[in-house]
Design a protein around this ligand. Sequence first.
Ligand SMILES: [Zn+2]
Length: 261
Amino acid sequence: MKRRQEIGAIAFARGFQQRAYSQEDLWFPNFRYCCDANEKVSLRDFPAKEKVLWETFAGVDLSSDRRPGTVIYLLSVRPDRKFVPRVIRAGKWTAPETIAQMEEVDQVHRPRIWRVENNAYQQSLIDISQSLGEGGLKLPDGRVVNVSFASRLLAFTTGAQKADPMRGLPAMDVEFANVGWAIPMRDREGHPEACSCGFCRWLREMERYPHLTDDTVMACYFAWDTALTYSKYLQAPVVQERRELSREEPEPEGILERMFR
Ligand SMILES: [Zn+2]
């Protein structure tokens, strides 16, 4: 520990923990405040009453030439204005498979709006979905799926707003500082350290952003931005004053590792 003080925390993180980042580099240092081990609602077993009362919005980060994974992220807004992750699915799907996954999730959770990133390549999925309307889509394996969400599907054009302090990823961290999200950590019970399920991937990618992959972060961001735009519960301004982290905060070892030790 003495040696650690001498060389400073950042050098310690880089040199001794084999980690090329520190607390100062992280975009979501306040994420931990929303990871609640006592949150009653579980993503696995969502109560029927809440299903009706809570508003749900969906973001989809599609694969591209540069990145093979697609992520579907459903985010709910509770009447107390807290955000709660609802469904996080990740997979390497073709366009028809992605539409089938979206339809399956839609049947259960009925998000008010689906928002899909639309770069030129990705516009095709939006076109396919909307041209099919309420009709069916034939999958390569012969199955036919309905596309009942087509009329609720909107494009999300990514650009400068991702870094916008009032509406981009930095604004999400302000919400974390204000404990504006309720993340049910009991859902992680029994999952292995390097679990590849959507929820665990999202926790890891948020905690370490921008140092790992960001598929779940982007899908989450699309869902969150959509909720800010369309939620009845969020009429008043959401972004508040940023709370400074205390100097007494522990070292930036993994939030999740610490939580489940
Ligand atoms: Zn998991």
